[in-house]
Design a protein around this ligand. Sequence first.
Ligand code: ZN
Length: 154
Amino acid sequence: MAVYEVVKNGEPVLRTKAKPVPKVTSNIHKLLDNMVDTMYASRGVGLAAPQIGVSKQVLVLDVGDGLIEVINPEIIESSGTETGIEGCLSIPGIIGEVPRAVKITVKGLDREGQVVTYQATGMMARAFQHEIDHLNGVLFIDIAQNIRKDEKLS
Ligand code: ZN
């Protein structure tokens, strides 16, 4: 078990396009394990590798339907737009309304290095888009409206 401190807004790694993973090795397994531990310990619904300081195209998420791990994720289809509230472990205490595609298809590699595709809607689609943005150096505050303090936390 290795829980990392989540990298906060202002660190360059969050603004850097993450590098694709050429091969899924035991180092990537370790990275996934650390990301999963950190996500659950932080009570997040998703985490991207740059958020623990690793500039690689790896994400994990769990919106309540079980753990998903994707390496080199890519959105290959998307439809609809829906605005919803988001926050981010890297920008604590802040929320905003972010337009996202309602339905997406994500393609990438799983832990075994096999090609996987996920069709996601609602919360899961939102979490995928938020984490994939992280891999491109984009934060939700870049595209959110009505950015404000999360009253629940203050
Ligand atoms: Zn985030």
